[in-house]
Design a protein around this ligand. Structure first.
Ligand SMILES: [Zn+2]
Ligand SMILES: [Zn+2]
Length: 354
């Protein structure tokens, strides 16, 4: 029976189990040794809230398939769900991840605020929390200190099954909080982003209620409001949750290593469209600030294409497009880099591809 502290069959020392909740004195001592994390002041209440906001939409997702045949899935619901899925999913991909966490481009103020609002609608936490956790993930990436590595319990199939579940969902219930002072002082100093943190409960309410309101007005009936709430709020939120969490679980376990990396990040093609390009996760770990994750020819990356549009509109600038000189040596195969790449043979200057 594998335990969290096991050594893997390959002889690799595995990661320590998640720290249990500690009394304040012990927590303070731990902060001095490991200042990356700090105890969550909200404690049990916070964990219960995560449980409710994860569990409620997930129950709807589980009920969705049987209900779809017999009850209330109209084309209004599909349109509203797809639109809200795209807004909140792109808010995570373009906003929370590529802009706020990695600074893949600069955004003007209205675009920055729009990206923060859109990302908040995904119900994956306030921008500061998300950015701090994700920067810690990159700092430790599949080593001790990574908040959600599927390899934390070991390499045998039992440990990996447990690790996949932990990387997918379990890590969110860890009572330790990533230090925002340490990992995102840049955004803590930004008054717009601090305001987003305060608005978080209202934006969460809007993400639940706006689809119902639109559905009700569109159909001019209570039933239209109820079915839109079910499909475009609950099911949409849970579905996007699972797609995002799959980047942490599946894309650190299965898939192709098309660029050499020191962690287990992999490119997973079947998740590319649903995740707006986030599942090209192997390139992302090979070159984290790169704005296009699907950097190889033919790899569809919707978020990168929309950053390209934002750049043309003047909302985004200084976009860090794939750099042939930097990426060529990291490729493990012979597949060529795609469009938007800064080519070596061109004269130096702000050439950003097609
Ligand atoms: Zn990763
Ligand atoms: Zn990242």
């Amino acid at each position: 029976m594998a335990t969290p502290a096991d050594t893997s069959p390959l002889g690799l020392t595995t990661l320590a189990p998640p720290a249990p909740e500690q009394p304040p004195a012990a927590a303070a001592a731990q902060r001095q040794v490991r200042p990356d994390i700090e105890p969550d002041q909200t404690g049990l209440t916070g964990q219960i809230l995560v449980g409710v906001f994860v569990g409620l939409p997930m129950l709807a997702l589980l009920a969705a398939a049987p209900l779809a045949w017999g009850w209330g899935l109209g084309w209004h619901d599909i349109v509203i769900a797809v639109v809200f899925y795209a807004i909140s999913g792109l808010g995570i991909s373009m906003g929370y991840h590529r802009y706020f966490t990695h600074g893949s481009f600069k955004a003007n103020r209205p675009f920055k605020i729009a990206l923060a609002v859109a990302g908040t609608l995904a119900l994956e936490g306030p921008v500061l929390t998300w950015v701090a956790d994700h920067r810690r993930h990159h700092k430790y990436s599949d080593k001790e200190g990574d908040p959600h590595s599927p390899w934390r319990f070991g390499n045998d199939w039992k440990a990996l099954t447990k690790g996949l579940a932990y990387a997918h969902m379990g890590w969110m219930f860890d009572p330790n909080r990533t230090s925002q002072e340490k990992f995102c002082p840049d955004w803590l100093a930004d008054s717009d982003i601090r305001r987003m943190d305060r608005w978080f409960p209202w934006l969460v309410a809007a993400s639940f209620l706006a689809p119902a309101l639109i559905g009700g007005l569109w159909a001019w009936s209570w039933q239209g409001a109820v079915t839109a709430f079910f499909w475009a709020s609950l099911v949409r939120i849970s579905f996007l949750h699972h797609v995002t969490w799959s980047i942490n679980s599946i894309c650190h376990t299965f898939g192709k290593e098309e660029f050499s990396v020191r962690d287990k990040s992999r490119n997973v093609n079947w998740l590319a469209i649903l995740s707006f390009g986030e599942s090209w996760h192997n390139l992302h770990h090979a070159d984290p600030t790169c704005a296009r994750h699907g950097a190889l020819k033919g790899q569809i990356d919707i978020a990168a294409r929309l950053i390209w549009v934002a750049e043309k509109l003047g909302w985004a600038s200084d976009v860090r497009w794939p750099d042939e000189a930097r990426l060529t040596g990291k490729r493990t195969g012979s597949r060529k880099l795609g469009s938007m790449t800064r080519r070596v043979e061109r004269a130096p200057g702000p050439v950003a591809g097609r």
